[in-house]
Design a protein around this ligand. Sequence first.
Ligand code: HEM
Length: 171
Amino acid sequence: MAQEMVQEKGETLVDPIEQHPGFEDTESKVGLWGHPLHAMSVAFPVALTFCAFGADGLYWLSGNPVWAWAALWATGTAFLFGLAAGATGTMELLMVPGIRIRAAAWTHFVIAVLLLSLLGANWGYRLYGYEAAVLPYGILLSGFNVLVVMATGWHGGKLVFDYRLGTSKGS
Ligand code: HEM
């Protein structure tokens, strides 16, 4: 109703977020020689989350404890590299005004924190008996983590491809 009234008068609607002085300030501030650290670091937790599910599956199929041991390492390193990736992402979120002001960046933060807590749970659970932990709850958790990491990565990609967050505008 309010929108129609404004349009009847021939005025254009104004998004207060877009009016913020820092809205267009979206360039990455956390990088090495112009290469954004978050984009470089996310590959590790993503790949290791898939590796954990793969190792659990191979343990289920073969019964060979080496795969349960591999899953313990994959879950632990997925969590630790995930924390490192989360730290670089959080620095971008807090330091860059055009990232901080966009709701989509905070949505990615919330999904990512959920992922990190699930990765930590998957690792911590195995520390009390890495072989017994795989079936059934370890592999179920690993499978769920694959879904959550896909959602996190897909959403992070949207921040870059749709909003151009964390990129460079060139010199
Ligand atoms: C926990 C806090 C996190 C925050 C605040 C955060 C924030 C961001 C932001 C602002 C971007 C846009 C690009 C940039 O500014 O670097 C981004 C991109 C991305 N994020 Fe995160 N992130 C977090 C954790 C994670 C985690 C744990 C993962 C995956 C395991 C992840 C996966 C991605 C991916 C795949 C991209 C796209 C990278 C590209 O295509 O260059 N993020 N994230």
